[in-house]
Design a protein around this ligand. Structure first.
Ligand code: PLP
Length: 377
């Protein structure tokens, strides 16, 4: 750190220079992110609650109330009549809290978790932290987990099984109803990672994919407002089927204005709750339906164009995520990056994966398709 402070003008001028080196969602070239440009109101709400700390709620009752209201809205959206939970730092912390509850309530000496091969890498971190043995179940040819394989992998040490509603790589949805039957039969905890899909699936018209608390065996759900919810980062969400389940997370906080905390992160900004609350209020279900409908329409446009250029799709997109491959796909991904198109290359499927987020508009898709064509020549 330098000895003398600088004027705010100088500091900001330097920051603006640095900021110019970062990419911007608005350019429409970030095709590999599950986050997007937050809704304008998210920024304003964030600024309003910038100082608040949900780790010391007695001082910030308004922010705490906003969090309760956001969680009640998410619970209702996901059909959780008695559900309770928190805004957390992201999908990773949400998944961590779910397995913390599952593990504590099972009380097994050598705990194991059965999870799809497609489960998000956050579970690798979590299993390491909680000392859980991850047991991976294979996928079927639609890239969703094979439930019969899951059932065979359950042992007396299994504390939880995981299903994903909107996998990070392909956006597919595991057969949650079947996983639920298995979970109930074996009396095992079922967690659904809907970090991405939780704020997409409920807004797709005529989509009949059951993944939430309507399904009896689902004990907890991850759902992240900072992904398709268009809230500001950090805003993850964790919901438990019954708010009494939160007792397993209760930690005494001797010197704070509240006696207990439930999240892993201690000091956490109330701005996350405020920005999520504001976007929910500003968009309503109608607003989300429109945004999701546009993303799905653009995904279709992109998939038609990709096919017409001679590539094959790994699977028909379920949500707004598309994966395709051709010859030497890895090299193609590198060349696209070289031209400023930020796509993800997924080694395990040897494919390019694109997340068609709200910042990806039709004009960007046409421009991308023409870059793709010229790279192929
Ligand atoms: N789960 C899924 C399905 C995800 O797609 C992601 C992130 O993309 C996560 C969990 C982790 O979320 P975060 O990066 O917010 O911790």
């Amino acid at each position: 750190m330098q000895q003398k402070g600088q004027s705010s003008d100088l500091v900001l001028a330097e920051l603006k220079k640095r900021r110019a080196q970062d990419n911007r969602y608005g350019d429409g070239k970030i095709l590999c992110s599950m986050c997007t440009k937050p809704h304008l109101i998210a920024k304003k709400a964030y600024e309003l609650f910038f100082e608040s700390n949900l780790g010391d709620q007695g001082l910030f009752p308004a922010a705490a109330q906003l969090e309760r209201e956001v969680m009640a809205q998410l619970a209702s959206l996901l059909n959780g009549k008695s559900a309770g939970g928190f805004i957390v730092s992201g999908g990773t912390e949400a998944n961590l809290l779910s397995l913390q509850v599952a593990n504590k309530t099972a009380g097994v000496t050598r705990p194991e978790v059965v999870l799809p091969q497609s489960a998000h890498f956050s579970f690798t971190k979590i299993c390491g932290l909680l000392n859980l043995k991850p047991v991976y179940a294979p996928l079927d040819n639609s890239f969703t987990v094979d439930p019969s394989a899951v059932e065979k992998l359950i042992t007396e040490n299994t504390v939880a099984i995981i299903g994903t509603a909107g996998t990070a790589e392909l956006g597919v949805v595991d057969p949650i109803s079947t996983l639920s039957e298995i979970a109930l039969q074996h009396n095992v905890y079922l967690h659904v990672d809907a970090a991405f899909g939780g704020l997409v699936i409920p807004f797709i018209e005529k989509m009949n994919i059951a993944f939430d608390f309507q399904i009896e065996g689902v004990k907890s759900i991850t759902v992240d407002p900072h992904k398709m919810g268009m809230s500001a980062i950090p805003a993850g969400g964790i919901l438990f089927r019954n708010h009494k389940m939160l007792d397993a997370l209760k930690t005494e906080t001797p010197y704070l204005t509240e006696n207990f905390q439930y999240t892993f992160v201690g000091t956490r900004t109330g701005a996350s709750a405020a920005s999520t609350w504001a976007v929910f209020r500003a968009l309503g279900k109608d607003g989300y339906q429109k945004i999701v409908a546009d993303c799905i329409k653009n995904t279709k446009l992109l998939s038609n164009g990709v096919r017409a250029s001679g590539f094959s799709l790994l699977c028909e997109p379920t949500l707004n995520i598309l994966a395709f491959r051709g010859e030497n796909t890895k090299r193609l991904a590198e060349r696209l990056w070289g031209r400023g198109w930020f796509v993800a290359y997924i080694p395990r499927y040897d494919c390019i994966r694109i997340v068609v987020m709200p910042h990806v508009k039709q004009k960007h898709i046409f421009a991308f398709l023409s870059a793709l064509k010229s790279e192929k020549l």
